[in-house]
Design a protein around this ligand. Sequence first.
Ligand code: HEC
Ligand code: HEC
Length: 366
Amino acid sequence: MTLQRYLLLIACATGVLACSPDEETTPTVAAEEPTPYSFSIPNTFPQSFQVPADNPTTVEGVELGRFLFYEKKLSGNNTMSCGSCHQQDKAFTDGKALAVGIQGKDHRRSAMSLANLLWVSQLNWDGSATSLEEQARVPIENEVELHQSLAGAVQKLQVAELYPPLFKKAFGSETVTEENLLKALAQFQRTLISGNSRYDRYLQKKEELTPDELEGMKLFLTHPEPGQGLRGANCGDCHGGTLLSLQTFHNNGLDVELKDNGMGDITGNPRHNGLFRAPSMRNIALTAPYMHDGRFKTLEEVLDHYNDHMQYGSPNISPLIVEASNEVGGKTLQITEEEKRKIIAFLHTLTDTTFIKDKRFSDPFK
Ligand code: HEC
Ligand code: HEC
């Protein structure tokens, strides 16, 4: 090192000079450290979120995770990837009622959208995973999904030309490990932020909604108080907030006899039988069919369920649903056909067309 450069470094370190970490002053070791990833979060979104301390999000980790998300070697017969069931143009769902794995076998549930997972702490329909790192293992190994042991996946990636250098960039070693594979998938998924729908631009005062959409929004967000002349469809009690999901678990009255206990099977508490996460309404127009088993093909059918076909005898049905009515002493929701139409118009404002085309989230093999 020249004396001049030595003095410069001292001046920087002691704060005598305000130095920018450009190539001149950055020591060579630092160049190998992965670069912290900065999330672009709309200002109307919650600004706080949690990332596990042992898996900070980095540019290189996200890049690796994107390849892995679309990597068919993660499946037992090299035919499917995460992206097969979580397709970007469908807001990362698959358009099927029940997901279908590599051997053509049905999963018992419908694939979920992967938008805004940064704010979801209890994952899956039943809350069975509490981190994306933990979640990612299941679809790889599950017989009705990718059906590939994690150890087998590691072996395949280790001998593929593409991966050792990418693992090195992201995690400092060319050795592919199960842990780092899951970590990279989680990092990529945390970046899938959807916050540029017409509704977002309305909240940011950049765009207007039509009178029908605005009325639909009001109905969606309002809990009915017929005594006070307040009409509402009650949806916001569970699908509220900027994320359009309060991340709470409920029974929304689909069946009297449960075929899937949902959260009850995870906690072992019978009072949780029939409870599922109320998912976000973001991009809902793109993610049909609906519910954990994909039973409803359209949003019209969903609204008919809440208004006309509610199964009040369903075990542990939500009190928020039972006591919501637009008639004094009414036993059902009692919204009109016109009101259903307006709510659906509002739901369509939640489609984020930039999210489904964003190159950063697309298949890098195409
Ligand atoms: C065969 C289709 C299929 C494949 C392949 C698949 N998934 Fe899924 N995914 C599903 C289904 C079905 C669910 C709902 C599971 C449940 O609730 O039991 C789900 C749920 C999820 C969730 C939870 C989302 C939320 O909002 O809670 C995440 C995250 C996820 N998958 C990530 C992945 C990753 C990562 C991969 C690849 C390693 C993958 N999936 C592969 C079908 C699939
Ligand atoms: C008490 C809470 C609650 C209320 C109130 C509620 N929902 Fe839901 N919603 C849920 C739950 C829980 C699910 C998931 C149920 C399942 O799949 O078993 C769900 C699922 C949905 C789905 C399907 C989501 C998907 O990804 O498949 C749509 C659409 C929906 N609700 C719309 C509405 C609308 C519109 C209203 C108002 C008329 C409403 N919800 C009121 C709790 C609620």
